[in-house]
Design a protein around this ligand. Sequence first.
Ligand code: AMP
Ligand code: MG
Length: 403
Amino acid sequence: MPATSLRTVAEHQRAIAELIGSLAPTTLPVAEAAGLVLAEPVLAPESLPSFDNSAMDGYAVRAAEISTASDDAPVRLPVTADIPAGSPGGELAAGTARRIMTGAPLPRGADAVVEVEATDGDTEVVAIRTAREVGSFVRVAGGDIVAGATALPGGTVIGPAQIGLLAALGVGSVVVRPRPRVLVCSTGSELTDDPEPAAGQIRDSNSIMLAAAVEDAGCIAVRRLWSSDDVTTFLATLDAELDAGIDLVLTSGGVSAGAYEVVKDALGPRGVEFTKVAMQPGMPQGSGQYGGTPVVCLPGNPVSALVSFEVFVRPALRAAFGHPRPNRDVVTATLTEALTSPPGKRQLRRGLLDRSAGTVALTGPAGSGFLGWMARADCLVDVPTEVMSLEAGAGVEVWDLTR
Ligand code: AMP
Ligand code: MG
């Protein structure tokens, strides 16, 4: 097949993004929404802080009454009460002070706090050595967020700080797009989970690897399945597990040009399109719907499978729950060695990125069977379709797999 008839990477990325689409928003408890994205803004149901309180351990006073205070002529005020955090502030009588702790409510009548360091710390009659302006060391109600204001805009990723703010505001649930739920299915009669594989058998690395990639993308790997290269078995395996709660079926293997291509043979006549993408690794790809559920079919070679996941599936899954950064960070780096790339294909090589030096070294050869090299890599080197060779020192775009 001439290179011109292959689908481009960008075309297949679009196809997968459209296939998976965007999940409908739902309401979730805040504790279950970490890593998800607000589908609508959160308005503050109350002000934060909700009452005027002290920013320091010290004394609540009327600023006007201590305006003459100095080291030589301290102002002495009787201390009428203690206000620990968590108790009501009460009312400050004229000519008195109350000892107040950080976070405790300012008593009515007080308009400033003098920090304990500017006093003698006495609990009966405190000597205040410094004047303080109205509002000193007072955290005013609404000083952080005013009731009714936007606490978090739509599109915010819910991380620890956001969860903390929602807890402070008493917001118990949020409207988010849910985590996509993915069924991962390995195929291949050679695969086994036997700790002692028989002659010709190998361990299934794709399903656990792709499930990990799904979870790393912020989604849920619902179950891992395995099927032999028998079409009837494969369809029965899928049919037994497919339900309305599955957003994507992700298969690996059985899509290329061999004699026993179970995924292609089973799903090709049932709504899934198999195409060749101008990419190395990962040329054979499939996508479509089976029984109304989106299906993406990745090639079987573990490196091809994981690179294909990075290129096509991860961005689409993250877009499906509204992530503002569906793609990996792309940086420009200088190649430390030369490389070659096949004509007419976009190549994604595995590499190690040195961010401080701005360089990238390749980890191993281009071949898709070298999972060991992929496991030593932390980035993908993106070699454009029209480029067939690059010298050491050339600038390349690099996908940082750590971000
Ligand atoms: P296939 O596309 O099914 O012909 O698979 C291509 C190559 O990847 C073969 O050498 C398979 O044995 C290998 N392979 C396929 N699926 C897996 C898997 N789940 N785990 C490890 N290797 C696999
Ligand atoms: Mg196979």
